[in-house]
Design a binder for this molecule. Sequence first.
Ligand SMILES: Cc1ncc(COP(=O)(O)O)c(C=O)c1O
Length: 337
Amino acid sequence: MREYLPPHIGAFWFRDITGSTANEAAIRIAQKATGNTDVFSLFLSHHGQSVAATGVSGNAFRHRSFTLPFPGSVKVPAPDCANCFFGQTPDRCRMLCATRVADFAEYASSGRIAALIIEPVLGNGGNLVPPDGYFRELRRVCDDLGILIVADEVQTGFGRTGTFFASTGVAHELRPDIITFAKGAGGVGIPVAGVLMRPELDVLEPWEHSSTAGANPLSLTALEETVNYIRDHDVLDNVTTVGASLLDGLHALARDHVTVSHPRGVGLMQAFDLSDADAVHRFLPVAKRHGLIMRGSRYGFGRAVKVRPPLIITPSQVEDLLDRLRAALRTFEEEGS
Ligand SMILES: Cc1ncc(COP(=O)(O)O)c(C=O)c1O
């Protein structure tokens, strides 16, 4: 996998099989390496199901029924341009969602910040692709404050955005100190996860973070074979090429259907919005009737419909997908969207 890593990433920790615990490992690494406690994360983020991973995730509906203590968790506004926390438009915002992280450090944290964890494209939160310049500014602010950056690439990794990691493509200016991965790393659904980092952050002892099934031979074989498959079948080129036609197609659908707005995405990590979460609930079964398995965002609380075909989808299958989507939208609108 080395050939696909940013050059400054040289160490790994492969003792996890879920993205949730890989993110926990990343938090422990950042805390141990810096001697600090707090973790910044984004509104709308999703980092997993464990206490710490849920604790740093930015959605109240996942906390409401429990006590999930993460005392040093500080949530900062996401780069959600369609719904800007600062009431700005992209042409005049001066990237406040990145620069104001310094204010959260000054006024909302303990002053001892270990890391900022970020999904390069916020997946569950609504497939939010940050605007140009966001990653560069965020990196600058974190460098100024001595905060490590963890890129949670559990969704974006292994080719989903057209490069092996988003951190080597659309998010290369983030220059994360730590990268976590899972999901697609197992290829056909075999659980695999891991943490990649700068060599000097390789600070954990085995007894500080490991589990029985971590680094099991099946998972490691699946990981190796997935990397080989991606390389040998030019999967990254395919994702970039067909992803561009898919996005064009979603833009065309948005022009023709008033119910569809904000087509967006990178590679084969795409989405569009319907009017609200209720419309998404009603649309998904219609899409299924047209042969499309699609999912909403924010566990049903969001208005995005995610479009996530397999990375090996062919150009003609993308045409078929778009035809089915168009037909599903027509049915949805006829049935009283
Ligand atoms: C960005 C992100 N991080 C972490 C996780 C948690 O991964 P897992 O379900 O393997 O624990 C997910 C799962 O959906 C995710 O999308």
